[in-house]
Design a protein around this ligand. Structure first.
Ligand SMILES: [Zn+2]
Length: 399
């Protein structure tokens, strides 16, 4: 075998069909621009990388997580959005967040199938240690309803499949999207074999409103849901300090058989839907910590999925940096001219970036002007580190 430690990138042009319409913030363009940037940076030519096509997952596979009633409702509305025999709102569909669109079933099932292919590959094929499906990560979808731009929960379906492939498998799920990873948390809330960890802007300020510290799991799963609700404006330094002092400890203590990450990048300071303060530099550091943890504490198996992120010029850069880290490639801090042109044409209304990552930490500048606020935020981060030590870690050792 010429290369072990291969990285698989799951991608299809058909992902573009997961499209709620031109006024919806989740624009498929971000996937196209991400793939294009990865290509123009030369990452797709890397000998360790293999591009893998997703498949449409079957109704039976969806039913490992979703109710048949819900799956049928999505299919009917997909075939005929005017179908009045289906009470769409009962299933979370047709609202502002999750508008019904013709043909929505197939791309939803394709994204889900992409995460399934990725899960199967990373588990069954030892030549791969990382699989990345950046169209996936639809973490809000619930058993019988769509939520927060998510129709089917590809993460939960991938977890269910892994549990089927390996009895007793222990899975750590880390969600860094700015929104709480509620769907995955609730679907495995009583399961000690699925540890869910979510880093997010506090539900006091942001959809879906959950993800408090006291949401710790129930029954046998008590202690196996972990939440880090963060304050708006949390900057690189604060975030990374907390991340490095908690995530490696949690994973080292739990010793999972595999790590799954949801890599939403809507924690970016200029994201239009959120109020966090990270710059793209932070994602390089987060990627490094995750990669080391996957290798040291998670049997060197890492299933990476995408997630939120609503600036077309930011998401592709963040995910390209994740992919570069997965491949151990050092990239220069500049953007290919041809990609800059592509961005100018496709998103003329966003500021055109010229650097791959921005160090400029706008939140840090804001906080320097407000030392009292900064002090409170640092104290809050320190309190979370303490809570992790005293409350989150002890139940994990009992496993
Ligand atoms: Zn999000």
């Amino acid at each position: 075998m010429p290369f072990s430690n291969k990285v698989g990138l799951i991608f299809s042009e058909d992902y573009q069909s997961y499209n709620f319409g031109k006024n919806h913030p989740l624009r498929p363009l971000r996937l196209a621009l991400a793939y294009s940037l990865m290509e123009k940076l030369g990452l797709l030519e890397n000998p360790r990388l293999e591009i893998i096509s997703p498949r449409i997952c079957t109704k039976e596979e969806l039913a490992m997580v979703h109710s048949l009633e819900y799956i049928d409702a999505v299919k009917k509305l997909s075939d005929n959005p005017e179908d009045k025999t289906v009470y769409a709102s009962r299933y979370g569909l047709g609202s502002g967040d999750n508008p019904i669109f013709k043909g929505m079933y197939e791309p939803s099932a394709l994204i889900c199938g992409g995460s399934l292919v990725a899960a199967e590959k990373v588990w069954n094929d030892d030549s791969f240690n990382i699989l990345f499906n950046f169209a996936g990560g639809l973490h809000h979808a619930l058993k019988d309803r769509a939520s927060g731009f998510c129709i089917f929960n590809d993460i939960a379906v991938a977890i269910a499949q892994l549990k089927k492939l390996q009895k007793g498998i222990r899975i750590a799920y880390l969600d860094i999207d700015c929104h709480h990873g509620d769907g995955v948390q609730w679907l495995f809330y009583d399961d000690p074999d699925v540890l869910t960890i979510s880093y997010h802007e506090s539900g006091q300020f942001l959809f879906p409103g959950t993800g408090e510290i006291n949401e710790e799991g129930e029954g046998k799963g008590k202690g196996f849901s972990i939440n880090f609700p963060l304050l708006p404006g949390t900057n690189n330094k604060m975030y990374l300090n907390l991340f490095r002092k908690t995530i490696p400890r949690i994973l080292e203590t739990y010793q999972p058989d595999i790590l799954i990450t949801q890599l939403g990048v809507d924690t970016y300071f200029a994201d239009p839907l959120t109020q966090m303060g990270l710059s793209i530099q932070a994602y390089r550091d987060i990627a490094q910590t995750i990669k080391t943890c996957a290798k040291d504490y998670c049997q060197n198996k890492w299933l990476a999925l995408g997630g939120g992120g609503y600036l077309m010029t930011a998401v592709p850069r963040a995910w390209s940096l994740f992919l570069a880290k997965m491949l151990d490639v050092d990239v220069d801090n500049k953007l290919p001219e041809s990609w800059i042109e592509e961005v100018k044409q496709n998103v003329p209304y966003e500021n055109t970036p010229y650097m791959l990552w921005d160090r400029a930490d706008k939140s840090e500048v804001d906080l320097l002007a407000n030392p009292e606020v900064a002090k409170k935020m640092i104290e809050y981060i320190n309190s979370l580190i303490k809570i992790c030590e005293e409350k989150f870690l002890p139940p994990l050792t009992k496993r």
